[in-house]
Design a protein around this ligand. Structure first.
Ligand code: ASP
Length: 473
Protein backbone atom coordinates (compact mmCIF):
# COMPACT_ATOMS: atom_id res chain seq x y z
CA UNK A 1 0.00 0.00 0.00
CA UNK A 2 2.20 2.73 -1.35
CA UNK A 3 -0.12 5.62 -0.60
CA UNK A 4 0.05 4.89 3.15
CA UNK A 5 3.84 4.95 3.04
CA UNK A 6 3.81 8.30 1.29
CA UNK A 7 1.93 10.00 4.13
CA UNK A 8 4.02 11.96 6.61
CA UNK A 9 4.93 10.23 9.88
CA UNK A 10 2.79 12.72 11.71
CA UNK A 11 -0.30 11.85 9.64
CA UNK A 12 0.32 8.12 10.08
CA UNK A 13 0.63 8.40 13.86
CA UNK A 14 -2.53 10.51 14.01
CA UNK A 15 -4.40 7.96 11.88
CA UNK A 16 -3.30 5.03 14.07
CA UNK A 17 -4.35 6.90 17.23
CA UNK A 18 -7.63 8.05 15.70
CA UNK A 19 -8.65 4.61 14.42
CA UNK A 20 -7.70 2.83 17.61
CA UNK A 21 -9.53 5.38 19.77
CA UNK A 22 -12.61 5.06 17.58
CA UNK A 23 -12.41 1.30 17.81
CA UNK A 24 -12.16 1.34 21.62
CA UNK A 25 -15.03 3.83 21.83
CA UNK A 26 -17.26 1.69 19.64
CA UNK A 27 -16.40 -1.51 21.47
CA UNK A 28 -16.79 -0.05 24.94
CA UNK A 29 -19.34 2.72 24.85
CA UNK A 30 -21.63 2.50 21.84
CA UNK A 31 -24.46 0.07 22.15
CA UNK A 32 -24.59 -2.53 19.40
CA UNK A 33 -28.19 -1.53 18.80
CA UNK A 34 -27.12 1.75 17.22
CA UNK A 35 -24.82 0.39 14.55
CA UNK A 36 -24.38 -2.78 12.60
CA UNK A 37 -21.94 -4.22 15.13
CA UNK A 38 -18.81 -4.41 13.02
CA UNK A 39 -17.52 -0.85 13.27
CA UNK A 40 -15.24 -1.56 16.21
CA UNK A 41 -13.44 -4.23 14.17
CA UNK A 42 -13.27 -2.04 11.08
CA UNK A 43 -11.54 0.73 13.05
CA UNK A 44 -9.29 -1.73 14.89
CA UNK A 45 -8.03 -3.31 11.68
CA UNK A 46 -7.75 0.10 9.97
CA UNK A 47 -5.38 1.13 12.76
CA UNK A 48 -3.40 -2.07 12.26
CA UNK A 49 -3.27 -1.56 8.47
CA UNK A 50 -1.85 1.94 8.86
CA UNK A 51 0.63 0.65 11.44
CA UNK A 52 1.82 -2.35 9.44
CA UNK A 53 1.62 -1.00 5.90
CA UNK A 54 2.42 2.66 6.47
CA UNK A 55 5.74 2.33 8.29
CA UNK A 56 8.87 0.66 6.96
CA UNK A 57 9.10 -2.11 9.55
CA UNK A 58 10.62 -5.47 8.60
CA UNK A 59 8.27 -8.45 8.70
CA UNK A 60 9.96 -9.69 11.86
CA UNK A 61 9.37 -6.39 13.65
CA UNK A 62 5.75 -6.32 12.46
CA UNK A 63 5.16 -9.80 13.90
CA UNK A 64 6.79 -8.74 17.17
CA UNK A 65 4.52 -5.69 17.35
CA UNK A 66 1.52 -7.95 16.61
CA UNK A 67 2.55 -10.29 19.42
CA UNK A 68 2.97 -7.41 21.81
CA UNK A 69 -0.43 -5.92 20.94
CA UNK A 70 -2.06 -9.35 21.08
CA UNK A 71 -0.89 -9.71 24.66
CA UNK A 72 -1.31 -6.09 25.76
CA UNK A 73 -4.85 -5.38 24.51
CA UNK A 74 -6.59 -8.20 26.46
CA UNK A 75 -4.61 -7.29 29.56
CA UNK A 76 -5.45 -3.59 29.29
CA UNK A 77 -9.10 -4.58 28.90
CA UNK A 78 -9.78 -1.89 26.30
CA UNK A 79 -11.76 -4.29 24.11
CA UNK A 80 -14.26 -6.77 25.59
CA UNK A 81 -12.73 -10.24 25.66
CA UNK A 82 -15.72 -11.75 23.86
CA UNK A 83 -14.99 -9.47 20.88
CA UNK A 84 -11.32 -10.42 20.84
CA UNK A 85 -12.29 -14.08 20.75
CA UNK A 86 -14.54 -13.44 17.73
CA UNK A 87 -11.63 -12.18 15.64
CA UNK A 88 -9.67 -15.45 16.00
CA UNK A 89 -10.51 -16.72 12.46
CA UNK A 90 -8.50 -13.82 10.99
CA UNK A 91 -5.50 -15.84 12.16
CA UNK A 92 -6.71 -19.42 12.58
CA UNK A 93 -8.58 -19.49 9.25
CA UNK A 94 -7.64 -16.68 6.86
CA UNK A 95 -3.91 -16.46 7.61
CA UNK A 96 -3.28 -20.14 8.39
CA UNK A 97 -5.33 -21.41 5.45
CA UNK A 98 -3.57 -19.03 3.07
CA UNK A 99 -0.30 -20.39 4.38
CA UNK A 100 -1.32 -24.04 4.16
CA UNK A 101 -3.62 -24.15 1.14
CA UNK A 102 -0.76 -25.30 -1.06
CA UNK A 103 0.83 -27.60 1.51
CA UNK A 104 -0.13 -30.82 -0.27
CA UNK A 105 1.20 -29.79 -3.72
CA UNK A 106 4.27 -28.27 -2.08
CA UNK A 107 5.17 -31.41 -0.12
CA UNK A 108 4.63 -33.55 -3.19
CA UNK A 109 6.54 -31.35 -5.62
CA UNK A 110 9.43 -30.51 -3.31
CA UNK A 111 10.05 -34.16 -2.37
CA UNK A 112 9.63 -35.37 -5.94
CA UNK A 113 12.05 -32.79 -7.36
CA UNK A 114 14.38 -33.38 -4.40
CA UNK A 115 14.52 -37.11 -5.14
CA UNK A 116 15.03 -36.49 -8.86
CA UNK A 117 17.91 -34.11 -8.23
CA UNK A 118 19.54 -36.56 -5.81
CA UNK A 119 19.80 -38.64 -8.93
CA UNK A 120 19.97 -42.17 -7.61
CA UNK A 121 18.57 -44.53 -5.04
CA UNK A 122 21.81 -44.98 -3.12
CA UNK A 123 22.06 -41.24 -2.44
CA UNK A 124 18.43 -41.20 -1.37
CA UNK A 125 19.02 -44.17 0.93
CA UNK A 126 22.03 -42.47 2.45
CA UNK A 127 20.26 -39.16 3.07
CA UNK A 128 17.07 -40.90 4.16
CA UNK A 129 18.84 -43.11 6.70
CA UNK A 130 20.90 -40.22 8.08
CA UNK A 131 17.86 -37.94 8.35
CA UNK A 132 15.73 -40.57 10.08
CA UNK A 133 18.52 -41.46 12.50
CA UNK A 134 19.10 -37.79 13.28
CA UNK A 135 15.40 -37.17 13.88
CA UNK A 136 14.94 -40.22 16.10
CA UNK A 137 18.08 -39.62 18.15
CA UNK A 138 17.36 -35.91 18.75
CA UNK A 139 13.75 -36.70 19.70
CA UNK A 140 14.93 -39.33 22.19
CA UNK A 141 17.44 -36.84 23.63
CA UNK A 142 14.68 -34.23 23.92
CA UNK A 143 12.45 -36.48 26.03
CA UNK A 144 15.41 -37.51 28.13
CA UNK A 145 16.14 -33.83 28.83
CA UNK A 146 12.45 -33.39 29.72
CA UNK A 147 12.54 -36.34 32.11
CA UNK A 148 15.80 -35.19 33.71
CA UNK A 149 14.51 -31.68 34.33
CA UNK A 150 11.22 -33.05 35.69
CA UNK A 151 13.08 -35.46 37.98
CA UNK A 152 14.94 -32.50 39.45
CA UNK A 153 12.00 -30.07 39.66
CA UNK A 154 9.34 -32.67 40.66
CA UNK A 155 6.68 -30.24 39.41
CA UNK A 156 3.59 -32.12 40.59
CA UNK A 157 4.54 -32.55 44.21
CA UNK A 158 3.36 -29.23 45.49
CA UNK A 159 -0.24 -29.07 44.34
CA UNK A 160 -2.58 -29.15 47.30
CA UNK A 161 -5.75 -31.29 47.33
CA UNK A 162 -8.12 -28.31 47.21
CA UNK A 163 -6.55 -27.06 43.99
CA UNK A 164 -6.79 -30.59 42.56
CA UNK A 165 -10.53 -30.51 43.19
CA UNK A 166 -10.80 -27.24 41.26
CA UNK A 167 -9.00 -28.77 38.28
CA UNK A 168 -11.32 -31.76 38.33
CA UNK A 169 -14.37 -29.54 38.42
CA UNK A 170 -13.27 -27.37 35.52
CA UNK A 171 -11.49 -29.63 33.08
CA UNK A 172 -12.72 -33.17 33.55
CA UNK A 173 -15.11 -32.99 30.62
CA UNK A 174 -12.63 -31.51 28.13
CA UNK A 175 -10.03 -34.05 29.18
CA UNK A 176 -12.52 -36.90 28.65
CA UNK A 177 -13.21 -35.65 25.13
CA UNK A 178 -9.53 -35.63 24.29
CA UNK A 179 -9.06 -39.11 25.71
CA UNK A 180 -11.89 -40.49 23.57
CA UNK A 181 -10.51 -38.63 20.53
CA UNK A 182 -7.18 -40.37 21.15
CA UNK A 183 -8.82 -43.77 21.56
CA UNK A 184 -10.79 -43.31 18.34
CA UNK A 185 -7.70 -42.39 16.32
CA UNK A 186 -5.41 -44.89 17.98
CA UNK A 187 -3.26 -46.90 15.58
CA UNK A 188 -0.83 -49.69 16.27
CA UNK A 189 2.66 -49.39 14.84
CA UNK A 190 1.72 -51.95 12.19
CA UNK A 191 -1.38 -49.93 11.25
CA UNK A 192 0.74 -46.78 10.93
CA UNK A 193 3.08 -48.66 8.59
CA UNK A 194 0.10 -49.79 6.53
CA UNK A 195 -1.23 -46.25 6.25
CA UNK A 196 2.01 -45.21 4.55
CA UNK A 197 0.82 -47.12 1.48
CA UNK A 198 -2.14 -45.19 0.09
CA UNK A 199 -4.93 -46.96 -1.74
CA UNK A 200 -5.81 -43.78 -3.58
CA UNK A 201 -3.39 -40.91 -3.13
CA UNK A 202 -5.93 -38.31 -4.21
CA UNK A 203 -8.35 -39.20 -1.45
CA UNK A 204 -5.55 -39.47 1.13
CA UNK A 205 -4.12 -36.11 0.12
CA UNK A 206 -7.53 -34.53 -0.39
CA UNK A 207 -8.72 -35.29 3.14
CA UNK A 208 -9.19 -32.33 5.44
CA UNK A 209 -6.34 -33.81 7.48
CA UNK A 210 -4.15 -35.18 4.70
CA UNK A 211 -2.16 -38.31 5.44
CA UNK A 212 1.31 -36.79 5.12
CA UNK A 213 3.22 -40.04 5.53
CA UNK A 214 1.50 -41.58 2.51
CA UNK A 215 1.97 -38.37 0.51
CA UNK A 216 5.70 -38.41 1.29
CA UNK A 217 5.91 -42.07 0.28
CA UNK A 218 4.04 -41.40 -2.98
CA UNK A 219 6.32 -38.44 -3.77
CA UNK A 220 9.48 -40.51 -3.16
CA UNK A 221 8.40 -43.38 -5.39
CA UNK A 222 7.17 -40.95 -8.07
CA UNK A 223 10.62 -39.32 -8.08
CA UNK A 224 12.30 -42.72 -8.34
CA UNK A 225 9.97 -43.72 -11.19
CA UNK A 226 10.81 -40.52 -13.07
CA UNK A 227 14.49 -41.40 -12.81
CA UNK A 228 13.82 -44.74 -14.47
CA UNK A 229 11.65 -43.71 -17.42
CA UNK A 230 12.72 -42.16 -20.72
CA UNK A 231 14.20 -38.74 -19.91
CA UNK A 232 12.30 -37.18 -22.80
CA UNK A 233 9.09 -38.05 -21.00
CA UNK A 234 10.37 -37.32 -17.52
CA UNK A 235 11.80 -33.86 -18.24
CA UNK A 236 8.48 -31.96 -18.69
CA UNK A 237 7.01 -33.60 -15.57
CA UNK A 238 10.05 -32.60 -13.53
CA UNK A 239 10.00 -29.06 -14.93
CA UNK A 240 6.30 -28.81 -14.09
CA UNK A 241 6.82 -29.79 -10.47
CA UNK A 242 9.83 -27.51 -10.13
CA UNK A 243 7.54 -24.72 -11.26
CA UNK A 244 4.93 -25.80 -8.69
CA UNK A 245 7.56 -25.69 -5.92
CA UNK A 246 8.65 -22.18 -6.88
CA UNK A 247 5.05 -21.06 -7.25
CA UNK A 248 4.10 -22.30 -3.78
CA UNK A 249 7.13 -20.62 -2.27
CA UNK A 250 5.94 -17.40 -3.85
CA UNK A 251 2.52 -18.03 -2.31
CA UNK A 252 4.17 -18.28 1.09
CA UNK A 253 5.80 -14.89 0.60
CA UNK A 254 2.38 -13.49 -0.24
CA UNK A 255 0.71 -15.20 2.71
CA UNK A 256 3.33 -13.85 5.10
CA UNK A 257 2.09 -10.33 4.40
CA UNK A 258 -0.97 -11.33 6.42
CA UNK A 259 1.17 -12.71 9.25
CA UNK A 260 1.05 -9.64 11.52
CA UNK A 261 -2.77 -9.48 11.36
CA UNK A 262 -3.09 -13.25 11.83
CA UNK A 263 -0.66 -13.30 14.73
CA UNK A 264 -2.44 -10.41 16.43
CA UNK A 265 -5.80 -12.18 16.08
CA UNK A 266 -4.54 -15.56 17.32
CA UNK A 267 -2.60 -14.23 20.29
CA UNK A 268 -5.24 -11.67 21.26
CA UNK A 269 -8.05 -14.22 21.16
CA UNK A 270 -5.98 -16.87 22.96
CA UNK A 271 -5.15 -14.55 25.83
CA UNK A 272 -8.72 -13.26 25.95
CA UNK A 273 -10.15 -16.76 26.17
CA UNK A 274 -7.71 -17.99 28.81
CA UNK A 275 -9.70 -18.53 31.94
CA UNK A 276 -8.72 -19.96 35.27
CA UNK A 277 -5.77 -17.66 35.85
CA UNK A 278 -5.88 -18.84 39.46
CA UNK A 279 -5.14 -22.40 38.37
CA UNK A 280 -2.24 -21.22 36.23
CA UNK A 281 -0.36 -20.43 39.41
CA UNK A 282 -0.40 -24.11 40.41
CA UNK A 283 1.13 -24.94 37.04
CA UNK A 284 4.05 -22.53 37.26
CA UNK A 285 6.62 -25.19 38.34
CA UNK A 286 5.43 -27.52 35.56
CA UNK A 287 5.56 -24.77 32.92
CA UNK A 288 8.99 -23.70 34.11
CA UNK A 289 10.23 -27.30 33.85
CA UNK A 290 8.99 -27.50 30.23
CA UNK A 291 10.42 -24.09 29.32
CA UNK A 292 13.80 -24.85 30.91
CA UNK A 293 13.87 -28.21 29.10
CA UNK A 294 13.07 -26.59 25.74
CA UNK A 295 15.69 -23.93 26.34
CA UNK A 296 18.30 -26.56 27.22
CA UNK A 297 17.43 -28.58 24.14
CA UNK A 298 17.90 -25.60 21.84
CA UNK A 299 21.02 -24.28 23.51
CA UNK A 300 22.69 -27.65 23.99
CA UNK A 301 21.51 -30.04 21.31
CA UNK A 302 20.67 -27.71 18.41
CA UNK A 303 23.66 -25.49 19.03
CA UNK A 304 26.05 -28.41 19.46
CA UNK A 305 24.67 -29.96 16.28
CA UNK A 306 25.29 -26.74 14.33
CA UNK A 307 28.76 -26.29 15.79
CA UNK A 308 30.09 -29.84 15.89
CA UNK A 309 28.14 -31.73 13.25
CA UNK A 310 27.64 -28.94 10.71
CA UNK A 311 30.87 -27.10 11.62
CA UNK A 312 29.13 -23.72 11.62
CA UNK A 313 31.12 -20.94 13.22
CA UNK A 314 28.43 -18.35 13.70
CA UNK A 315 25.51 -20.18 15.27
CA UNK A 316 23.78 -16.98 16.37
CA UNK A 317 23.62 -15.78 12.79
CA UNK A 318 21.93 -19.03 11.80
CA UNK A 319 19.35 -18.67 14.58
CA UNK A 320 18.82 -15.06 13.49
CA UNK A 321 18.00 -16.24 9.96
CA UNK A 322 15.39 -18.56 11.46
CA UNK A 323 13.61 -15.82 13.39
CA UNK A 324 10.53 -15.44 11.17
CA UNK A 325 9.98 -19.20 11.04
CA UNK A 326 10.32 -19.43 14.82
CA UNK A 327 7.82 -16.62 15.39
CA UNK A 328 5.37 -18.07 12.88
CA UNK A 329 5.57 -21.52 14.47
CA UNK A 330 5.15 -19.91 17.88
CA UNK A 331 2.10 -17.91 16.80
CA UNK A 332 0.33 -20.59 14.75
CA UNK A 333 1.25 -23.58 17.01
CA UNK A 334 1.48 -25.63 13.84
CA UNK A 335 4.66 -26.94 12.30
CA UNK A 336 2.54 -28.06 9.32
CA UNK A 337 1.26 -24.55 8.66
CA UNK A 338 4.78 -23.22 9.09
CA UNK A 339 6.35 -25.85 6.81
CA UNK A 340 6.18 -23.85 3.55
CA UNK A 341 7.93 -20.94 5.27
CA UNK A 342 10.46 -23.30 6.88
CA UNK A 343 11.29 -24.72 3.46
CA UNK A 344 11.68 -21.30 1.90
CA UNK A 345 13.92 -20.07 4.73
CA UNK A 346 16.12 -23.14 4.72
CA UNK A 347 16.68 -22.84 0.96
CA UNK A 348 16.96 -19.09 0.62
CA UNK A 349 18.47 -17.94 3.92
CA UNK A 350 20.36 -20.95 5.24
CA UNK A 351 21.76 -21.94 1.86
CA UNK A 352 20.62 -25.58 2.05
CA UNK A 353 20.49 -27.26 -1.37
CA UNK A 354 16.96 -27.71 -2.78
CA UNK A 355 17.37 -31.49 -3.05
CA UNK A 356 18.20 -31.87 0.67
CA UNK A 357 15.76 -29.18 1.85
CA UNK A 358 12.92 -30.56 -0.27
CA UNK A 359 13.31 -33.93 1.40
CA UNK A 360 14.38 -33.17 4.97
CA UNK A 361 11.93 -30.36 5.80
CA UNK A 362 8.60 -31.96 4.78
CA UNK A 363 9.70 -35.19 6.45
CA UNK A 364 10.75 -33.32 9.59
CA UNK A 365 7.50 -31.35 9.77
CA UNK A 366 5.68 -34.67 9.69
CA UNK A 367 7.74 -36.90 11.95
CA UNK A 368 10.22 -34.81 13.96
CA UNK A 369 8.86 -33.19 17.10
CA UNK A 370 11.55 -32.59 19.68
CA UNK A 371 9.61 -29.93 21.56
CA UNK A 372 6.44 -32.01 21.71
CA UNK A 373 8.33 -35.08 22.90
CA UNK A 374 10.13 -33.08 25.60
CA UNK A 375 6.81 -31.67 26.78
CA UNK A 376 5.38 -35.19 26.92
CA UNK A 377 8.32 -36.38 29.02
CA UNK A 378 7.87 -33.60 31.58
CA UNK A 379 4.09 -34.12 31.56
CA UNK A 380 4.36 -37.85 32.25
CA UNK A 381 6.48 -37.23 35.33
CA UNK A 382 4.34 -34.31 36.45
CA UNK A 383 1.18 -36.42 36.33
CA UNK A 384 2.93 -39.35 37.99
CA UNK A 385 3.78 -36.93 40.82
CA UNK A 386 0.19 -35.74 41.05
CA UNK A 387 -1.22 -39.27 41.21
CA UNK A 388 1.52 -40.40 43.57
CA UNK A 389 2.75 -43.00 41.07
CA UNK A 390 6.45 -43.85 41.11
CA UNK A 391 7.91 -44.09 37.61
CA UNK A 392 10.74 -46.61 37.65
CA UNK A 393 13.68 -46.32 35.29
CA UNK A 394 11.96 -48.94 33.12
CA UNK A 395 8.80 -46.82 33.04
CA UNK A 396 10.79 -43.77 32.06
CA UNK A 397 12.45 -45.73 29.25
CA UNK A 398 8.98 -46.79 28.10
CA UNK A 399 7.98 -43.11 28.05
CA UNK A 400 11.02 -42.35 25.87
CA UNK A 401 10.24 -45.16 23.44
CA UNK A 402 6.54 -44.32 23.25
CA UNK A 403 7.16 -40.60 22.76
CA UNK A 404 9.64 -41.24 19.92
CA UNK A 405 7.11 -43.45 18.16
CA UNK A 406 4.27 -41.07 18.92
CA UNK A 407 6.12 -38.09 17.48
CA UNK A 408 6.13 -39.89 14.13
CA UNK A 409 2.38 -40.24 14.24
CA UNK A 410 1.64 -36.79 15.71
CA UNK A 411 -0.01 -34.52 13.18
CA UNK A 412 1.75 -31.18 12.86
CA UNK A 413 -1.24 -29.14 13.99
CA UNK A 414 -2.13 -27.23 17.16
CA UNK A 415 -2.77 -29.15 20.33
CA UNK A 416 -2.24 -32.70 19.12
CA UNK A 417 0.70 -33.26 21.42
CA UNK A 418 -1.58 -33.41 24.44
CA UNK A 419 -3.95 -35.89 22.76
CA UNK A 420 -1.03 -38.20 21.93
CA UNK A 421 0.20 -37.77 25.49
CA UNK A 422 -2.83 -39.74 26.70
CA UNK A 423 -1.50 -42.85 24.94
CA UNK A 424 1.93 -42.45 26.49
CA UNK A 425 0.31 -42.13 29.92
CA UNK A 426 -1.65 -45.33 29.46
CA UNK A 427 1.56 -47.22 28.70
CA UNK A 428 2.91 -46.42 32.17
CA UNK A 429 -0.42 -46.78 34.01
CA UNK A 430 -1.09 -43.11 34.61
CA UNK A 431 -4.79 -42.22 34.18
CA UNK A 432 -5.03 -40.53 30.75
CA UNK A 433 -7.65 -38.05 32.01
CA UNK A 434 -4.70 -36.63 33.95
CA UNK A 435 -4.17 -34.26 31.03
CA UNK A 436 -6.83 -32.12 32.69
CA UNK A 437 -4.07 -30.86 34.96
CA UNK A 438 -2.16 -29.57 31.96
CA UNK A 439 -4.93 -28.04 29.86
CA UNK A 440 -4.81 -24.48 31.31
CA UNK A 441 -1.21 -24.03 30.08
CA UNK A 442 -1.41 -26.25 27.03
CA UNK A 443 -1.87 -23.42 24.51
CA UNK A 444 1.14 -21.48 25.71
CA UNK A 445 3.33 -24.56 25.87
CA UNK A 446 2.09 -25.68 22.44
CA UNK A 447 3.42 -22.43 20.98
CA UNK A 448 6.82 -22.92 22.55
CA UNK A 449 7.15 -26.60 21.69
CA UNK A 450 6.11 -26.00 18.08
CA UNK A 451 8.87 -23.40 17.76
CA UNK A 452 11.36 -25.98 19.05
CA UNK A 453 9.94 -28.58 16.64
CA UNK A 454 10.67 -26.42 13.59
CA UNK A 455 14.12 -25.41 14.85
CA UNK A 456 14.97 -29.13 15.00
CA UNK A 457 13.89 -29.60 11.37
CA UNK A 458 15.98 -26.67 10.16
CA UNK A 459 19.07 -27.69 12.13
CA UNK A 460 18.80 -31.19 10.67
CA UNK A 461 18.55 -29.77 7.12
CA UNK A 462 21.72 -27.72 7.73
CA UNK A 463 23.49 -30.86 9.00
CA UNK A 464 22.47 -33.13 6.12
CA UNK A 465 23.37 -30.39 3.64
CA UNK A 466 26.79 -30.02 5.28
CA UNK A 467 27.45 -33.77 5.03
CA UNK A 468 26.38 -33.90 1.39
CA UNK A 469 28.40 -30.85 0.42
CA UNK A 470 31.53 -32.16 2.16
CA UNK A 471 31.24 -35.42 0.21
CA UNK A 472 31.26 -33.62 -3.11
CA UNK A 473 33.92 -31.02 -2.24
N1 ASP B 1 1.52 -28.10 17.63
C1 ASP B 1 2.62 -29.02 17.47
C2 ASP B 1 3.16 -28.94 16.05
O1 ASP B 1 2.44 -28.62 15.14
C3 ASP B 1 2.23 -30.42 17.81
C4 ASP B 1 1.88 -30.46 19.29
O2 ASP B 1 2.80 -30.52 20.12
O3 ASP B 1 0.70 -30.40 19.64
O4 ASP B 1 4.33 -29.17 15.85
Amino acid sequence: MKFLQQLSIYTKVVLVLLFSTLSFVFFQYVSREYYSGQLGFIFLFSALIVLFEGFHFSLFVKILIALFLGVAIPFLDVIPHADLVVMRPVGSKIFMNFLTMALVPLVYSSILTGVVSLGDLSKLNRIGARTLTYYIVTTAIAITIGLLVANVVQPGNHIDPQVKEQFLGKFEEVAQKKVSQATKNKKTLFETVQSVFPKNILSEAGDERPNMLSLIFFAIVSGLALLKIDQKLAAPVIAFFMGITEMTIQLVIMAMRLAPYGVFAIIGSTIASTQSFDLLVALVPFSIAVIVGLFLHVTLINTVSLKLLSKKKNVLKIFASMKEVILTAFSTSSSGATMPLTLKTVKKDLGVGPDVAGFVIPLGATINMDGTALFQGVSALFLANIYGIHLTLGDQLTVIGMAVLASIGTAAVPGVGVVILTMILVSVNIPPEGILFILPVNNLLDMLRTAVNVIGDMVCAVYIDHVEKSRTS
